[in-house]
Design a protein around this ligand. Structure first.
Ligand code: UDP
Length: 240
């Protein structure tokens, strides 16, 4: 059973458990997809039923960030902990390298996925990156065909939300991949184009602050985030 946080059901898993669940999906028949909602997703899902449905229908729904964790706590339904998409991806990459699974990287500006592929291959010896494609294409069909002919087991879909979630729902089954994961700006981090917050910030749940310091223009997006805590408080009070 999933844990409801403002209308989106989350899998209540530790990072280790999430990585195990991801590996199981790669090994099972058919197509699956994973989403990593943060507070911004929750706010968008309130206004966009199609996006909400794409999140609800995912095979794995992971709590990306402290905003979701705090909201769950306020609602009286605490989750085991945050499972940042990028950490989940890294655990899965280690497992994929050990098991000879094939990875396709989709998204970000031209050239970034290739850089990310080179870095990942040196960090995870044995990892097979079977293809890459940038995230600024007009037609889906050639990209679906590129993934299909690469025989990818796993695809990191990094187009930003909600584009990546819609893309996975619409095109995933035709690609033949077993698992797609919506991972936002992760390829920029893997490529070294964008720096991830230092460990101290990660531990304190202040990755958002570091990101804001690095990219002050995100303030317009971030200013709305405390709203999720406000909504969570409202929902808790109404339940009493
Ligand atoms: N992106 C893309 N195609 C698009 C729009 C965005 O490939 O049409 C990429 C963009 O280059 C960036 C990522 O998607 O690498 C989204 O990053 P953002 O910081 O918005 O995502 P977050 O990490 O906040 O979810």
């Amino acid at each position: 059973m999933r844990t409801d946080v403002l209308g989106v059901g989350f899998d209540n898993l530790t990072l280790e458990e999430a990585a195990r669940a991801g590996a199981d999906l790669v090994e099972s028949e058919g197509f699956h997809y994973a989403v990593t909602p943060n507070p911004e997703f929750l706010l968008s899902a309130r206004k966009d039923p199609e996006f909400k449905q794409a999140l609800l229908a995912a095979d794995l729904v992971l709590a990306d960030g402290v905003g979701v964790i705090y909201s769950a706590k306020i609602l009286g339904r605490p989750l085991k902990g945050k499972v940042p998409g990028i950490d989940f991806a890294q655990r899965l990459l280690a497992w994929m390298a050990e098991h000879g699974k094939r990875l396709f990287l989709l998204g970000a500006k031209p050239g970034v996925a290739e850089l990310a592929a080179a870095n990942l291959k040196s960090s995870y010896p044995g990892l097979i990156v079977c293809g890459t494609h940038d995230g600024y294409f007009k037609e889906d069909a050639p990209v679906v065909e590129a993934i299909r002919s690469s025989a990818a087991d796993v695809v990191f879909v990094c187009l930003g939300a909600p584009k990546q979630e819609f893309w996975m729902v619409r095109n995933g089954p035709a690609t033949g991949a077993h698992l797609m994961i919506g991972l936002g700006g992760s390829l920029d981090v893997f490529a070294g184009v964008v720096e991830r917050a230092p460990k101290a910030f990660q531990k304190l749940g202040l990755e958002w602050l570091y990101r804001l310091m690095k990219e002050p223009k995100r303030i317009g997006r971030m200013i709305k985030l405390p709203l999720v805590l406000w909504y969570a408080m409202g929902a808790r009070i109404r339940r009493r």
